[in-house]
Design a protein around this ligand. Sequence first.
Ligand SMILES: [Ca+2]
Ligand SMILES: [Ca+2]
Length: 365
Amino acid sequence: MKQTSWALLFTLAACLQSKKYPDNNSPALDSASIKGSVIVHGLSFPWEILWGPDNFIWMTERGGTISRVNPATGAVIPVFSIKEVVSNNEGGLLGMVLHPTFSTTPQVFVAYDYNKADNYWEKVVRYTYNGKTLINPLTIIDNIIASSIHNGCRLVITPDLKLFISTGDASDQSLPQNTSALNGKILRLNLDGTIPSDNPVPGKPYWSFGHRNPQGLVYANHILYSSEHGASTDDEINIIEKGRNYGWPDVEGFCNTGSEQVFCKAHHVEEPLRTWTPTAAVSGLDYYNSDLIPQWKNSLLVVALKNARLYQMKLNDKFTGIVQTNEYLTNAYGRLRDVCISPAGKVYICTSNGNDDKIIEIDKN
Ligand SMILES: [Ca+2]
Ligand SMILES: [Ca+2]
Protein backbone atom coordinates (compact mmCIF):
# COMPACT_ATOMS: atom_id res chain seq x y z
CA MET A 1 0.00 0.00 0.00
CA LYS A 2 2.91 2.32 0.67
CA GLN A 3 4.25 3.83 -2.51
CA THR A 4 6.69 6.63 -3.09
CA SER A 5 5.37 9.22 -5.47
CA TRP A 6 8.03 10.28 -7.93
CA ALA A 7 5.76 13.07 -9.13
CA LEU A 8 5.74 14.39 -5.62
CA LEU A 9 9.52 14.25 -5.40
CA PHE A 10 9.77 16.34 -8.53
CA THR A 11 7.13 18.71 -7.25
CA LEU A 12 8.98 19.08 -3.96
CA ALA A 13 12.22 19.71 -5.79
CA ALA A 14 10.59 22.35 -7.95
CA CYS A 15 8.89 24.01 -5.01
CA LEU A 16 12.03 24.04 -2.94
CA GLN A 17 13.76 26.13 -5.55
CA SER A 18 11.43 29.07 -5.07
CA LYS A 19 11.09 31.20 -2.01
CA LYS A 20 8.00 33.26 -2.60
CA TYR A 21 8.30 35.47 0.44
CA PRO A 22 12.03 35.80 1.14
CA ASP A 23 12.53 38.24 3.93
CA ASN A 24 15.62 36.98 5.65
CA ASN A 25 18.83 35.27 4.66
CA SER A 26 18.01 31.68 5.55
CA PRO A 27 20.04 29.17 3.58
CA ALA A 28 18.31 27.61 0.58
CA LEU A 29 16.41 24.43 1.38
CA ASP A 30 17.89 21.11 0.36
CA SER A 31 15.36 19.42 -1.91
CA ALA A 32 17.19 16.08 -1.74
CA SER A 33 16.49 15.81 1.97
CA ILE A 34 12.69 15.39 1.78
CA LYS A 35 10.41 12.76 0.25
CA GLY A 36 6.66 12.17 0.18
CA SER A 37 4.65 8.94 0.13
CA VAL A 38 0.97 8.09 -0.02
CA ILE A 39 0.33 5.84 2.99
CA VAL A 40 -3.47 5.57 2.73
CA HIS A 41 -5.91 6.10 -0.11
CA GLY A 42 -9.60 5.48 -0.69
CA LEU A 43 -10.75 7.83 2.08
CA SER A 44 -13.79 10.11 1.92
CA PHE A 45 -13.26 13.68 3.10
CA PRO A 46 -10.95 13.11 6.06
CA TRP A 47 -11.24 16.25 8.19
CA GLU A 48 -9.12 15.76 11.29
CA ILE A 49 -5.89 13.83 11.53
CA LEU A 50 -3.93 13.81 14.78
CA TRP A 51 -1.08 11.74 16.16
CA GLY A 52 -2.29 9.57 19.05
CA PRO A 53 -0.25 8.35 22.02
CA ASP A 54 -0.78 4.81 20.62
CA ASN A 55 1.36 5.89 17.63
CA PHE A 56 -1.64 5.64 15.32
CA ILE A 57 -3.10 8.54 13.37
CA TRP A 58 -6.60 9.22 14.66
CA MET A 59 -8.87 10.43 11.87
CA THR A 60 -12.37 11.74 11.36
CA GLU A 61 -14.13 11.52 8.02
CA ARG A 62 -16.90 14.02 7.37
CA GLY A 63 -19.59 11.37 6.90
CA GLY A 64 -19.32 10.38 10.58
CA THR A 65 -16.56 7.80 10.94
CA ILE A 66 -13.67 7.84 13.43
CA SER A 67 -10.73 5.55 12.62
CA ARG A 68 -7.20 4.74 13.70
CA VAL A 69 -4.67 4.61 10.88
CA ASN A 70 -1.50 2.54 11.21
CA PRO A 71 1.14 4.80 9.65
CA ALA A 72 3.50 1.85 9.11
CA THR A 73 1.06 -0.32 7.14
CA GLY A 74 -1.66 2.06 5.99
CA ALA A 75 -4.30 -0.09 7.67
CA VAL A 76 -7.44 1.86 8.57
CA ILE A 77 -9.07 0.49 11.72
CA PRO A 78 -12.63 1.75 12.32
CA VAL A 79 -13.25 2.89 15.89
CA PHE A 80 -16.75 4.33 15.83
CA SER A 81 -19.42 5.73 13.55
CA ILE A 82 -21.67 8.51 14.84
CA LYS A 83 -25.12 7.81 13.39
CA GLU A 84 -26.43 11.25 14.32
CA VAL A 85 -23.98 13.07 12.02
CA VAL A 86 -25.55 14.78 9.02
CA SER A 87 -23.00 15.77 6.41
CA ASN A 88 -24.47 18.69 4.50
CA ASN A 89 -21.88 20.00 2.04
CA GLU A 90 -19.02 21.25 4.28
CA GLY A 91 -20.84 20.20 7.47
CA GLY A 92 -20.57 16.79 9.14
CA LEU A 93 -18.10 15.17 11.53
CA LEU A 94 -15.26 17.68 11.77
CA GLY A 95 -12.70 18.36 14.51
CA MET A 96 -11.38 15.90 17.10
CA VAL A 97 -8.91 16.03 19.96
CA LEU A 98 -7.73 13.48 22.53
CA HIS A 99 -7.27 14.15 26.25
CA PRO A 100 -3.63 15.19 26.90
CA THR A 101 -3.14 12.24 29.28
CA PHE A 102 -5.04 9.77 27.11
CA SER A 103 -3.42 6.64 28.56
CA THR A 104 -5.02 7.30 31.95
CA THR A 105 -7.98 9.43 30.79
CA PRO A 106 -8.97 7.97 27.40
CA GLN A 107 -11.36 10.74 26.36
CA VAL A 108 -12.07 11.66 22.73
CA PHE A 109 -13.71 15.00 21.93
CA VAL A 110 -15.41 15.46 18.56
CA ALA A 111 -17.34 18.31 16.92
CA TYR A 112 -20.13 17.49 14.50
CA ASP A 113 -23.24 18.75 12.77
CA TYR A 114 -26.68 17.15 12.99
CA ASN A 115 -30.37 17.88 12.51
CA LYS A 116 -32.69 18.84 15.38
CA ALA A 117 -36.22 20.24 15.02
CA ASP A 118 -35.73 20.88 11.30
CA ASN A 119 -32.61 22.95 11.88
CA TYR A 120 -28.92 22.17 11.43
CA TRP A 121 -26.85 22.34 14.61
CA GLU A 122 -23.32 21.76 15.76
CA LYS A 123 -22.20 20.26 19.04
CA VAL A 124 -19.11 18.92 20.77
CA VAL A 125 -19.35 15.51 22.40
CA ARG A 126 -16.89 13.77 24.70
CA TYR A 127 -16.57 10.01 24.41
CA THR A 128 -14.49 7.45 26.29
CA TYR A 129 -12.33 4.99 24.34
CA ASN A 130 -12.51 1.47 25.79
CA GLY A 131 -9.69 0.09 23.67
CA LYS A 132 -11.99 -0.85 20.78
CA THR A 133 -14.75 1.70 20.37
CA LEU A 134 -16.20 4.87 21.84
CA ILE A 135 -18.69 4.77 24.72
CA ASN A 136 -20.40 7.07 27.23
CA PRO A 137 -21.09 10.18 25.11
CA LEU A 138 -21.35 13.41 27.09
CA THR A 139 -22.42 16.60 25.31
CA ILE A 140 -19.93 19.34 26.13
CA ILE A 141 -21.67 22.16 24.24
CA ASP A 142 -24.67 22.22 21.90
CA ASN A 143 -26.84 24.66 19.92
CA ILE A 144 -24.02 26.15 17.87
CA ILE A 145 -25.61 27.07 14.53
CA ALA A 146 -24.37 24.82 11.72
CA SER A 147 -24.48 25.51 8.01
CA SER A 148 -23.48 23.98 4.72
CA ILE A 149 -20.44 26.30 4.90
CA HIS A 150 -18.37 28.17 7.56
CA ASN A 151 -18.50 25.76 10.49
CA GLY A 152 -14.99 26.24 11.84
CA CYS A 153 -14.69 23.33 14.29
CA ARG A 154 -11.03 22.73 15.07
CA LEU A 155 -10.47 21.54 18.65
CA VAL A 156 -7.44 22.01 20.93
CA ILE A 157 -6.86 21.10 24.59
CA THR A 158 -4.18 23.13 26.34
CA PRO A 159 -1.93 21.70 29.10
CA ASP A 160 -4.08 23.40 31.75
CA LEU A 161 -6.97 21.22 30.51
CA LYS A 162 -9.05 23.84 28.75
CA LEU A 163 -10.88 22.93 25.51
CA PHE A 164 -10.76 25.49 22.69
CA ILE A 165 -13.38 25.19 19.92
CA SER A 166 -13.30 27.33 16.79
CA THR A 167 -16.75 28.15 15.38
CA GLY A 168 -17.62 29.70 12.03
CA ASP A 169 -20.14 32.41 11.22
CA ALA A 170 -22.43 29.81 9.57
CA SER A 171 -22.98 32.40 6.80
CA ASP A 172 -24.65 34.82 9.23
CA GLN A 173 -22.45 37.89 9.51
CA SER A 174 -24.43 39.25 12.46
CA LEU A 175 -23.09 36.52 14.75
CA PRO A 176 -19.29 37.05 15.07
CA GLN A 177 -19.55 40.50 16.74
CA ASN A 178 -22.43 39.35 18.99
CA THR A 179 -20.69 38.08 22.11
CA SER A 180 -23.87 36.30 23.23
CA ALA A 181 -23.87 34.11 20.09
CA LEU A 182 -21.75 30.95 19.91
CA ASN A 183 -20.78 31.41 16.25
CA GLY A 184 -17.80 33.28 14.87
CA LYS A 185 -15.91 32.61 18.08
CA ILE A 186 -13.10 30.70 19.62
CA LEU A 187 -14.79 29.15 22.64
CA ARG A 188 -13.03 27.99 25.82
CA LEU A 189 -14.53 25.38 28.13
CA ASN A 190 -13.53 23.02 30.89
CA LEU A 191 -13.38 19.39 29.80
CA ASP A 192 -16.80 18.71 31.37
CA GLY A 193 -18.40 21.55 29.41
CA THR A 194 -18.57 24.06 32.25
CA ILE A 195 -17.35 27.61 31.65
CA PRO A 196 -13.96 28.43 33.19
CA SER A 197 -14.09 31.15 35.83
CA ASP A 198 -11.26 33.03 34.12
CA ASN A 199 -12.92 33.40 30.72
CA PRO A 200 -12.96 37.01 29.42
CA VAL A 201 -16.56 37.55 30.54
CA PRO A 202 -17.83 35.46 33.49
CA GLY A 203 -20.46 32.97 32.39
CA LYS A 204 -19.73 33.32 28.67
CA PRO A 205 -18.00 30.54 26.77
CA TYR A 206 -16.08 32.70 24.29
CA TRP A 207 -12.34 33.40 24.45
CA SER A 208 -12.14 35.56 21.30
CA PHE A 209 -14.65 36.81 18.73
CA GLY A 210 -14.98 38.37 15.28
CA HIS A 211 -14.02 35.20 13.40
CA ARG A 212 -15.33 34.12 10.00
CA ASN A 213 -14.34 30.47 9.54
CA PRO A 214 -11.28 29.40 11.56
CA GLN A 215 -10.37 25.86 10.50
CA GLY A 216 -6.89 25.60 11.98
CA LEU A 217 -5.87 25.79 15.63
CA VAL A 218 -2.65 24.81 17.41
CA TYR A 219 -1.18 25.56 20.83
CA ALA A 220 2.61 25.84 20.95
CA ASN A 221 5.16 28.07 22.69
CA HIS A 222 2.39 29.01 25.17
CA ILE A 223 0.60 30.66 22.24
CA LEU A 224 -2.68 29.70 20.54
CA TYR A 225 -2.36 30.14 16.77
CA SER A 226 -5.27 29.94 14.31
CA SER A 227 -5.84 29.92 10.58
CA GLU A 228 -8.99 31.47 9.16
CA HIS A 229 -10.73 31.56 5.79
CA GLY A 230 -11.37 35.03 4.38
CA ALA A 231 -14.18 35.77 1.91
CA SER A 232 -12.48 36.56 -1.41
CA THR A 233 -9.53 38.30 0.23
CA ASP A 234 -7.61 37.99 3.48
CA ASP A 235 -7.19 34.47 4.70
CA GLU A 236 -5.42 34.94 8.02
CA ILE A 237 -2.98 33.46 10.50
CA ASN A 238 -3.75 34.85 13.96
CA ILE A 239 -2.43 34.67 17.49
CA ILE A 240 -5.51 34.23 19.67
CA GLU A 241 -5.51 36.36 22.80
CA LYS A 242 -7.99 36.48 25.65
CA GLY A 243 -11.08 38.55 24.96
CA ARG A 244 -9.84 40.10 21.73
CA ASN A 245 -11.90 41.01 18.67
CA TYR A 246 -10.56 39.69 15.34
CA GLY A 247 -12.67 42.00 13.23
CA TRP A 248 -15.00 39.99 11.00
CA PRO A 249 -17.16 41.12 9.25
CA ASP A 250 -16.11 44.75 9.77
CA VAL A 251 -12.42 44.08 9.21
CA GLU A 252 -10.80 41.74 6.70
CA GLY A 253 -7.12 41.03 7.31
CA PHE A 254 -5.16 44.07 8.43
CA CYS A 255 -6.71 47.33 9.62
CA ASN A 256 -5.69 49.07 6.41
CA THR A 257 -8.75 50.81 4.98
CA GLY A 258 -10.24 54.00 6.38
CA SER A 259 -13.35 52.36 7.80
CA GLU A 260 -11.33 49.46 9.17
CA GLN A 261 -8.97 51.80 10.98
CA VAL A 262 -11.90 53.51 12.67
CA PHE A 263 -13.44 50.17 13.68
CA CYS A 264 -10.12 48.71 14.83
CA LYS A 265 -9.36 51.65 17.05
CA ALA A 266 -12.85 51.64 18.58
CA HIS A 267 -12.93 47.86 19.14
CA HIS A 268 -9.30 47.05 19.94
CA VAL A 269 -9.09 44.64 16.99
CA GLU A 270 -6.17 42.23 16.89
CA GLU A 271 -4.51 42.08 13.45
CA PRO A 272 -3.31 38.84 11.82
CA LEU A 273 0.33 37.75 11.52
CA ARG A 274 -0.14 37.41 7.78
CA THR A 275 -2.86 37.26 5.14
CA TRP A 276 -3.46 35.73 1.71
CA THR A 277 -5.13 37.79 -1.02
CA PRO A 278 -6.67 36.32 -3.08
CA THR A 279 -7.57 33.63 -0.59
CA ALA A 280 -5.76 30.29 -0.45
CA ALA A 281 -8.40 28.58 1.76
CA VAL A 282 -6.02 27.72 4.59
CA SER A 283 -7.24 24.94 6.88
CA GLY A 284 -5.34 22.58 9.24
CA LEU A 285 -2.48 24.12 11.21
CA ASP A 286 0.34 22.59 13.23
CA TYR A 287 3.68 23.62 14.74
CA TYR A 288 6.91 21.93 13.61
CA ASN A 289 10.00 21.91 15.83
CA SER A 290 11.65 18.55 15.10
CA ASP A 291 15.25 17.90 14.10
CA LEU A 292 14.10 15.45 11.40
CA ILE A 293 13.56 18.23 8.85
CA PRO A 294 15.83 20.84 10.42
CA GLN A 295 14.93 23.54 7.90
CA TRP A 296 11.39 23.48 9.24
CA LYS A 297 12.26 23.92 12.92
CA ASN A 298 10.20 26.62 14.62
CA SER A 299 7.64 26.79 11.81
CA LEU A 300 3.89 26.81 11.54
CA LEU A 301 2.66 24.41 8.86
CA VAL A 302 -0.72 25.16 7.27
CA VAL A 303 -2.41 23.32 4.39
CA ALA A 304 -4.65 24.95 1.80
CA LEU A 305 -7.74 23.70 0.02
CA LYS A 306 -8.07 26.08 -2.93
CA ASN A 307 -4.35 26.68 -3.37
CA ALA A 308 -3.68 22.95 -2.89
CA ARG A 309 -0.32 23.22 -1.15
CA LEU A 310 1.51 23.23 2.18
CA TYR A 311 2.83 26.52 3.53
CA GLN A 312 5.79 26.40 5.91
CA MET A 313 5.99 29.62 7.89
CA LYS A 314 9.20 30.14 9.82
CA LEU A 315 8.59 31.97 13.10
CA ASN A 316 10.80 34.55 14.74
CA ASP A 317 12.68 33.82 17.96
CA LYS A 318 9.80 35.11 20.06
CA PHE A 319 7.29 32.91 18.13
CA THR A 320 5.15 35.96 17.45
CA GLY A 321 5.88 36.74 13.81
CA ILE A 322 6.48 34.99 10.49
CA VAL A 323 9.87 35.72 8.95
CA GLN A 324 9.68 33.50 5.86
CA THR A 325 7.13 31.34 3.98
CA ASN A 326 7.96 28.38 1.70
CA GLU A 327 5.49 26.34 -0.36
CA TYR A 328 5.36 22.58 -0.99
CA LEU A 329 3.20 19.96 -2.73
CA THR A 330 1.65 22.57 -5.02
CA ASN A 331 -1.22 20.88 -6.92
CA ALA A 332 0.37 17.48 -6.29
CA TYR A 333 -2.62 16.01 -4.43
CA GLY A 334 -5.43 18.51 -4.87
CA ARG A 335 -7.17 20.11 -1.92
CA LEU A 336 -5.46 19.63 1.46
CA ARG A 337 -7.50 19.69 4.69
CA ASP A 338 -5.36 18.86 7.69
CA VAL A 339 -1.83 18.22 8.91
CA CYS A 340 -0.31 16.40 11.89
CA ILE A 341 3.23 15.64 13.04
CA SER A 342 4.63 12.50 14.63
CA PRO A 343 7.01 12.68 17.62
CA ALA A 344 9.77 11.56 15.22
CA GLY A 345 9.11 14.64 13.09
CA LYS A 346 7.33 13.07 10.11
CA VAL A 347 4.53 15.21 8.71
CA TYR A 348 1.15 13.78 7.64
CA ILE A 349 -1.34 15.57 5.41
CA CYS A 350 -4.85 14.55 4.36
CA THR A 351 -6.56 15.55 1.14
CA SER A 352 -10.14 16.81 0.68
CA ASN A 353 -11.11 15.92 -2.86
CA GLY A 354 -14.08 13.67 -2.06
CA ASN A 355 -12.81 10.95 -4.32
CA ASP A 356 -10.00 8.60 -3.30
CA ASP A 357 -8.79 10.91 -0.55
CA LYS A 358 -5.33 10.21 0.80
CA ILE A 359 -2.94 10.61 3.70
CA ILE A 360 0.56 11.61 2.60
CA GLU A 361 3.66 11.11 4.72
CA ILE A 362 6.54 13.56 4.42
CA ASP A 363 9.88 12.27 5.70
CA LYS A 364 13.53 13.08 5.30
CA ASN A 365 14.96 11.27 2.29
CA1 LIG B 1 -9.42 39.11 11.30
CA1 LIG C 1 -8.20 44.97 5.64
